[in-house]
Design a protein around this ligand. Structure first.
Ligand SMILES: Nc1nc2c(c(=O)[nH]1)N[C@H]1C(S)=C(S)[C@@H](COP(=O)(O)OP(=O)(O)OC[C@H]3O[C@@H](n4cnc5c(=O)[nH]c(N)nc54)[C@H](O)[C@@H]3O)O[C@H]1N2
Ligand SMILES: Nc1nc2c(c(=O)[nH]1)N[C@H]1C(S)=C(S)[C@@H](COP(=O)(O)OP(=O)(O)OC[C@H]3O[C@@H](n4cnc5c(=O)[nH]c(N)nc54)[C@H](O)[C@@H]3O)O[C@H]1N2
Ligand code: SF4
Ligand SMILES: [Mo]
Length: 730
């Protein structure tokens, strides 16, 4: 919005928003064009660490495939239209659908890149609240709603998010995460491998529990676990820990409730019983329990590999219970409840229930506002969903899409609007595509959960202006929702005056006359307001005095338990929410018997790759050179199947079937195969590079519908899927 650096080469400091590591970057800009992206060696936390995705983002930024004006799909193909036409037509359709089918028939679907956008959700939520719809979907139910659900039930808010005090702990167990590749999730940890090595250097241990010997494993020790069996491992870990006298009974008396019920739940799950299905020997588990108990500061952490199993909620409950019962929650070197710029958890609770769990009426909840993405096809086909605004997502590749069912459902929508940088696969079916700015074209502070919920082992703040100006017809997402509210005659933020002012503002903020733009409430001004509200320096001071970030002082301990920050009704942490105790009793013993019976059959897991970020980097020539993804399997399995490197397999689940070449590696646990997800761009004619490096969509093998969605959190079952593998001729 403000013109900067036009006509000269300049270096601008900013931070990457591709993954939660949010590494500091130095961007060379010439004539409003990004020339080069390099690490910011002076960034207060990332200290010069970056990965290839960050430094190659110029190829997204400058891609000739980008959408730079609103597009409408017509019988004669894609047409460029004006914003006024787009907003008026979409507004009219929304008004009609609302009249005919109710507001709840109009929803949104939000993807992972939107998580780095602090302003969009404010206006998106305001738009849907004004519309009267709670029909929200998105990829949170593919990565992490189980954690939000547990936080809500144990601590009283989805946004009370404990994270390991990595700077001080002496025992860190990482289950189902690969931070060196993923950049970590739900806590801020750039330079993950180096920081884990520091734990070992100070005499501690870092333990990885994973069906694949992951890239991060070199920073510590690694143990194979059979996919989707973590619940038995964690139950036994907790039971053995209690049996070994390592429960901190004083803390339990003072701050927790439900210990007795928790103890009864895991009674009988000993090291031997779990070993039979997890593959982790009983002695190993007992030795890990002892080391955990002896460490001065211990933390267990889990992420998507476990979240996406059939017991994500139960696993995270047991994991948090281990951290709590062992006396490590809110203690140095254990897990911390960060203090953000303001108390996001409390404010969300006080603001009402939009982001709190509620029942859908079919036995499934919404969590942090999200309906299960695994039920979306059913919801569309059943007539509950008629219109969707998809923001920053590619659900056909990212979500369970058994045999292509999700696509067939989307074809039935009366209105599909995509807000994206490109025309991706879902965009192909859209009625309208609205062009959004890249993160280099947005002013920003780091992710809401880092900034506001404080899930940051080394608290700091950074502010960045937009590094380059977006093409003239590109609009920020917050603006689209504000403008669309006007087109739908909606009253935003429950206020006629605010609605009027925002209506004026959305006319000013992109006005061709610069002096009028100066009067507008710009994103820069909104973010400046947030910084000041938190008692921090304003935007200009940040850019002048703290371009590499500002350290905010160490996290404190003893700030959570026994304080008003525990948001449950009675101020105690609930170690045994009734729904979990019941679900454990109903499901875990029965699934254990299934696991025992099928312990020699194949299971499928995903694999994140350093050169790819979900589906978003598929169109970057310097990152994507391979023409396909591969199915990774163990040499013994390859031998059994008669396969050589590069040979092809058919992978078949109850839900679908794909063919894919193999790579053989003893990094895999036998009887586990890994296929990198978010490939399968064969029909992406809006992505000129991706379509020539299409690969195979492994989520055609994932099931949807009630049987494949976890009941407590709405998470899709995307990891540990039972499959059959056979060699096929090329
Ligand atoms: N390079 C890269 N970085 C990314 C992304 C990307 O696509 N590429 N995506 C970003 C996103 S959206 C997210 S949510 C984060 C996720 O960040 P992480 O949670 O760290 O994700 P993954 O790297 O997929 O790690 C999951 C791990 O779980 C293991 N696993 C699979 N099934 C099981 C199981 O049943 N039990 C156990 N114990 N382990 C299991 C897998 O082998 C894998 O190593 O990463 C983000 N960062
Ligand atoms: N089998 C299996 N499936 C998985 C996973 C797994 O581990 N295994 N991981 C799951 C997880 S954790 C996630 S989060 C999903 C990821 O899937 P999604 O959440 O859908 O995310 P992406 O594929 O990264 O992004 C989709 C679109 O966002 C657009 N985009 C990028 N930046 C911006 C921006 O700034 N603004 C806008 N408006 N658009 C932008 C991109 O162009 C792209 O078209 O996949 C899930 N699918
Ligand atoms: S690790 Fe994540 S934040 Fe850092 S440069 Fe890579 S993609 Fe960007
Ligand atoms: Mo994710």
């Amino acid at each position: 919005m403000s013109a900067r650096g036009v006509g000269m080469t300049a270096t601008r400091y900013t931070f990457c928003r591709i993954c939660e590591a949010t590494c500091g970057l130095a961007v060379t800009v010439d004539n409003n064009r990004v020339q080069k992206i390099e690490p910011d060696r002076e960034h207060v936390v990332s200290q010069g660490f970056v990965c290839v995705k960050g430094t190659h983002f110029d190829q997204v930024q400058n891609s000739p495939d980008r959408i730079t004006a609103p597009m409408k799909r017509t019988s004669s193909g894609w047409q460029t239209i004006s914003w006024d036409q787009a907003m008026t037509e979409i507004g009219e359709r929304i008004k009609t659908l609302r009249q005919q089918h109710g507001a709840d028939s109009i929803g949104h679907f939000v993807g992972s890149p939107a998580g780095a956008n602090v302003l969009s959700p404010l206006f998106r939520n305001a738009f849907f609240k004004a519309l009267g719809s709670r029909r929200f979907y998105g990829t949170p139910t593919t990565d992490t709603t189980n954690k939000f659900r547990v936080n809500e039930d144990m601590y009283g808010s989805p946004f009370r998010l404990a994270f390991p005090d990595v700077n001080h702990c002496h025992f860190l167990m990482v289950i189902g995460a690969n931070p060196a590749v993923s950049g970590n999730t739900l806590y801020h940890l750039p330079r993950a491998k180096a920081r884990m090595r520091e734990i070992v250097k100070r005499g501690g241990r870092v333990v990885f529990i994973n069906p694949r010997r992951i890239e991060t494993a070199a920073a510590g020790e690694h143990y194979f676990i059979r996919p989707d069996t973590d619940v038995y491992f964690l139950a036994a870990f907790l039971n053995e820990l209690i049996a070994a006298g390592q429960a901190d009974l004083d803390r339990i008396d003072a701050y927790y409730k439900g210990f007795q019920s928790l103890r009864e739940t895991v009674a009988g799950w000993d090291a031997e019983r779990q070993a039979a299905v997890t593959g982790i020997p009983a002695d190993t588990l007992r030795e890990l329990v002892a080391a955990h108990g002896a460490a001065s500061g211990a933390a267990l952490y889990m992420a998507t590999g476990v979240n996406q199993g059939r017991h994500g909620t139960l696993c995270f409950w047991l994991l948090e219970a281990i951290n709590a019962v062992s006396g490590n929650l809110d203690a140095r070197g254990g897990t911390l409840m960060g203090e953000g710029l303001f108390d996001m958890a409390r404010e969300v609770n006080e603001a009402g229930d939009l982001l709190l769990a509620h029942e859908r009426g079919d036995g499934f909840p919404t969590v942090v506002g999200n309906h299960p993405s695994g039920l979306l096809a059913d919801d569309i086909l059943g007539g509950d969903v008629r219109a969707l605004i998809v923001e920053a997502s590619n659900p056909f590749l990212a979500c369970s899409n058994p045999g292509g069912r999700l696509e067939r459902a989307f074809e039935k929508l009366d209105l599909l609007v995509c807000i994206d940088l490109f025309r991706n696969e879902v965009g192909n079916l859209a009625h309208y595509i609205l062009p959004a700015p890249t993160w280099l074209e947005r002013a920003e502070i780091p992710y809401a959960l880092q900034s506001f919920a404080g899930n940051n082992p080394t608290p700091y703040m950074i502010y960045s202006d937009a590094v380059v100006e977006a093409p003239p017809e590109v609009r920020h997402e917050w603006w689209m929702f504000s403008r669309l509210a006007r087109a739908c005659d909606l009253r935003l933020f429950d206020s006629r005056a605010v609605t009027w002012l925002l209506g004026l503002n959305d006319r000013l903020v992109y006005h061709p006359w610069r002096w009028l733009r100066r009067l507008a409430l710009t994103p820069e001004r909104m973010l400046n307001g947030m910084l000041k509200k938190a008692g921090l320096p304003g935007r200009r001071t940040f850019m002048r005095d703290h371009p590499h970030g500002l350290l905010l002082g160490e996290n404190r301990t003893g700030t959570f338990l026994g304080t008003e920050r525990v948001l449950t009704d009675d101020g105690r942490v609930d170690l045994a929410p009734q729904a979990y105790v019941q679900a454990f009793a109903e499901l875990v013993p029965a699934h254990y018997e299934e696991e025992l019976a099928q312990r020699h059959s194949f299971k499928l897991i995903g694999k994140r790759e350093i050169r790819r970020i979900n589906t978003s980097s598929a169109n970057v020539p310097r990152l994507v050179k391979e023409e396909t993804n591969y199915c990774y399997l163990h040499p013994a399995d390859a031998r059994d199947l008669g396969l050589a490197e590069g040979g092809k397999v058919e992978v078949r689940s109850r839900h679908g079937c794909i063919r894919i070449p193999v790579r053989i590696t003893d990094d895999m646990m036998p009887r586990t195969v890994a296929i990198p997800q978010c490939w399968g761009h064969a029909r992406a004619d809006g992505l000129s590079h991706a379509i020539r490096h299409a690969g195979v969509n492994s989520n055609l093998l994932a099931g949807d519908g009630m049987d494949n969605v976890e009941r407590l959190s709405g998470m899709s079952h995307l990891s540990g899927i039972p499959v059959q593998i056979s060699a096929v001729a090329d």
